[in-house]
Design a protein around this ligand. Structure first.
Ligand code: ZN
Ligand code: ZN
Length: 353
């Protein structure tokens, strides 16, 4: 049955989102209609709202790509999902191209991202392709709405750890401990690695010291060389050779990207996780000289989500200290808070509050 949804549309960049009621059609054969329980607010949403990044779908568009919800109705192929609580991956692969078949669905050229390619989850309801939905059977004592952040921030961090092939013998340096970085530090620690978290914000570092980071480096006012020396001191104290260094750049800040690149030593691996439109100047030949590698990472293949759910259920990956709930109707005020750097935690918007 079609449903009347209440959604927040980006009508024009740099103006407030507009709440509108509209009719969502009944789901087609491979689609699911979801009642949204929570949706994490991502920095990319602010990029769209401020016109720094263009959405693939023309405006007006409902933003939001970190959804958890309950399946109300699904096409005949996915009837088994009705009534289930699901996390909607931010990257919904087609499931049927060469990259998808090779297990790289996160890089699928036909992928759909809610709030970018299709209408998103700043909404009471969401209509999405059903093939990649992740059933959440047991939330492990966690408020189910908090799982919104698993759709992107947490799963992206997990995929970054996979990309870096993190092992218990590694030193992982997480650059930028807010948002994705906070989850990356916990995930790498859960995989057995020693984690050093770098950030300009001492409050965030204090939180990381309680969740995943064995050491922290406060980078404000320090040049890249001083930061590198501090990281190397920690590595030495744990007896970890520099060639075991894996660097996850999660801030997307140009200065932090330069710092991260400076940390590359012999056989190091760096993964670029954060996003910026800014350009930085780097000496790529350092990679040659150090036999080092740099990877990008985008989203997370659907097959990896159950492992993330497992880490949460086992208490190895905490969501609650990093998340705060706000009513969806306050979305414009929350975007203002994000613009002014007033948010200390990742916001999950609740459409029913
Ligand atoms: Zn995002
Ligand atoms: Zn595909």
């Amino acid at each position: 049955m079609p449903v009347t949804a209440k959604s927040w549309f980006l009508v024009e960049p740099k103006s407030s989102l507009e709440e509108r009621e509209w009719e969502l059609p009944a789901p087609g054969g491979a689609e699911a209609l979801i009642e949204v329980l929570g949706n994490g607010l991502c920095h990319t949403d602010l990029g769209f709202a401020d016109g720094e990044v263009r959405t693939n779908h023309p405006l007006p568009l409902v933003l939001g790509h970190e959804a958890v919800g309950r399946v109300l109705e699904a096409g005949p192929d996915f009837a088994h999902l009705v009534g289930k609580t699901v996390v909607v991956p931010a990257v919904l692969p087609c499931g049927d191209c060469d990259l998808c078949h090779a297990g790289h669905g996160n890089a699928c050229p036909r992928q759909k991202m809610p709030g970018n390619d299709i209408h998103g989850a700043f909404s009471s309801h969401l209509l999405v392709p059903a093939g990649a939905l992740q059933v959440l059977d047991a939330p492990g004592g966690v408020d189910v709405r908090h799982y919104g952040v698993v759709a992107d921030a947490v799963s992206t961090a997990y995929q970054a750890a996979l990309r870096a092939q993190v092992t218990p013998e590694d030193l992982v340096v997480v650059v930028g401990a807010g948002g994705v970085g906070g989850f990356a530090a916990q995930i790498c620690a859960a995989l057995g690695a020693k984690v050093v978290a770098l950030d300009v914000d001492e409050e965030r570092l204090a939180l990381m010291a309680r969740h995943g980071a064995s050491a922290t480096v406060h980078t404000a006012g320090k040049d890249a060389r001083a930061v590198r020396e501090e990281v190397q001191r920690h590595a030495k104290s744990w007896g970890l050779p520099s060639w075991r260094t894996k660097i996850l750049e999660c801030s997307g800040h140009p200065t932090a990207q330069e710092t991260a690149f400076t940390l590359i030593g012999r056989r190091s691996t760096m993964v670029q996780v954060g996003f910026t439109t800014a350009k930085v100047t780097l000496r790529l030949s350092n990679l040659m000289a150090f036999d080092a590698s740099v990877h990008g990472t985008w989203g997370c293949p659907p097959e990896a989500y159950p492992k993330v759910f497992e880490l949460i259920a086992q208490g190895k990956l905490a969501l609650e200290p990093f998340v705060v709930l706000r009513p969806l109707r306050e979305v414009n005020a929350v975007l203002d808070d994000m613009r002014a750097h007033r948010l200390k935690r990742r916001v999950v918007l609740d459409p029913r509050a």
